[in-house]
Design a protein around this ligand. Structure first.
Ligand code: FES
Length: 97
């Protein structure tokens, strides 16, 4: 079945790409962009993304490796300062001479 009409990518192509990526690197995070890249193509309209993602998720080896799960939670400190030092803005430093 053709999943991506713009690039003529079938569900078989997606499953083969997922299997190839997982076999090449068991720890890789598989994304639609990586699949397009592996197939030598680029997304065009993006209209296929819901079906593209469903096809990826249906593959047995699509799961995120256990040791890579929860990384965002582990590194999220709950601050919104993006790691900047306090008072980095010129307006917070007081009057400049
Ligand atoms: S249908 Fe896949 S990019 Fe357009």
């Amino acid at each position: 079945m053709i999943v991506c009409q713009c690039q003529s990518i079938s569900d078989h192509d997606i499953r083969a790409a997922v299997a190839w990526m997982r076999a090449a690197d068991a720890r890789t995070i598989i994304t639609p962009g990586k699949i397009y890249h592996a197939l030598g193509k680029r997304a065009d309209c993006g209209g296929c993304m819901p079906l593209f993602l469903d096809t990826m998720r249906a593959h047995d080896s699509f799961e995120v490796p256990m040791n890579l799960r929860g990384l965002r939670r582990a590194t999220d400190t709950g601050t919104s300062d993006e790691g900047r030092q306090e008072g980095y803005r010129v307006s917070e430093r007081g009057a400049a001479v």
